[in-house]
Design a protein around this ligand. Structure first.
Ligand SMILES: NC(=O)c1ccc[n+]([C@@H]2O[C@H](COP(=O)([O-])OP(=O)(O)OC[C@H]3O[C@@H](n4cnc5c(N)ncnc54)[C@H](OP(=O)(O)O)[C@@H]3O)[C@@H](O)[C@H]2O)c1
Length: 318
């Protein structure tokens, strides 16, 4: 006689993306190793858009591996692909723990040219927030970054009115939390006087240390610092419009990578995660193998010697 027995319980294993720990974005908890969706569409200078099925596979695999923080924007599109639409198609119904961070401020011409103009007036931010809500199929956005400026570096000017407008949208229930992108320390302080800021997303990496001070200030304040282009300097095609990698420090990075049996891109990601527990990674890719490598970087533990070598590649900003 046979009896039915319950299957042996398998011990719960932490997902790969959790290997670097978690961080709070307001009331939401995310694994520090996340995902940037900009590359899922391909870039405007690519000859053909990214393969749609592969982009969807990348997004689903990311979530399978425990990624629960995805960065996107309505302005991440090429003529035949939209990052928000791909996310919605790939991941609906969304897992309860998934946090999707979007950005508002810049617009882009519908022909897909990569220009972040015109910049929204404060009263135009509601339309941009609503556009993200519609495209993602949500009722409320988790985190909305005011993405300041039309270039890639921090831009001048007061952010107060725009942050005030986002605060009104938060109070109206269209979004939960406000973040910033491409800002200076002074602009962070200005925004904090208006609303709690949960994250700051600026360009930063092993060979791009100009925001060391901002990263440190975010750490003091318990605000997530979310670098973009953290692998960019090492990877062909990562700098918009360019296929020329920055080779600064490539030999040293390769040596550290060889010591761990990983790739230089993984070392660059690991280095950012070692900059502080409040640093979140959002590596971008449209390639499943790269995605798996990027998530695996959460488990890399750099030694003090590794870090000394890597820290010396580019001067720390004052
Ligand atoms: N706030 C802002 O102003 C701003 C600006 C830019 C980006 N972002 C956000 O930040 C995210 C990250 O930026 P990003 O995607 O431009 O740059 P990134 O993550 O530094 O690097 C992406 C580039 O690296 C390649 N790559 C990814 N993983 C790799 C790996 N394991 N090995 C080798 N190459 C690899 C990608 O190509 P493949 O696709 O072929 O893998 C792509 O060319 C974006 O996706 C976006 O969500 C924000």
């Amino acid at each position: 006689m046979t009896t039915n027995t319950a299957p042996l319980a398998t011990p719960p294993t932490a997902p790969a993306a959790a290997a670097a720990g978690t961080w709070q974005l307001g009331d939401r908890t995310v694994n520090r190793l996340g995902f940037g969706a900009m590359r899922t569409t391909g870039m405007p200078w690519d000859e053909v858009p990214r393969d749609r099925r592969e982009a969807i596979s990348v997004l689903r695999r990311a979530v399978e591996l425990g990624v629960n923080h995805i960065d996107t924007a309505a302005f991440y599109f090429v003529p035949r692909r939209s990052a928000n639409e791909l996310i919605s198609t790939a991941l609906q119904p969304y897992a309860d723990d998934l946090v999707i961070t979007t950005k508002v401020g810049p617009s882009r011409p519908r022909d897909g040219v990569f220009e972040f103009e015109p910049y929204a007036r404060p009263d135009q931010l509601r339309g941009q927030v609503e556009e993200n809500i519609r495209q993602l199929g949500l009722d409320q956005l988790d985190v909305v970054n005011l993405r300041w400026g039309t270039g890639l570096g921090a831009a001048d000017g007061s952010v107060a009115e725009h942050v005030g407008a986002l605060t009104e949208l938060r109070d109206a229930g269209l979004l939960r939390h406000v973040g910033l992108s491409n800002v200076s320390v002074a602009q962070l302080e200005e925004a904090r006087a208006v609303v709690p800021v949960v994250c700051v997303q600026n360009r930063y990496g092993l060979t791009d240390r100009s925001d060391d001070g901002l990263l440190a200030r975010c750490g003091e304040l318990g605000i997530a610092f979310v670098p973009f282009f953290s692998m960019g300097a090492a990877v062909p095609g990562a700098v918009p419009g360019s296929n020329t990698p920055d080779e600064t420090g490539a030999e040293a990075v390769a040596a550290v990578a060889a010591g761990h049996g990983v790739t230089p891109a993984q070392v660059r990601l690991a280095w950012t995660l070692h900059r502080g527990p409040h640093v979140l990674a959002i590596p971008g890719t449209g390639d499943v193998t790269h995605l798996e490598q990027n998530v695996a970087a959460a488990a890399i533990r750099l030694t003090d010697d590794d870090r000394a070598v890597l820290d010396a590649i580019a001067p720390a900003a004052a």
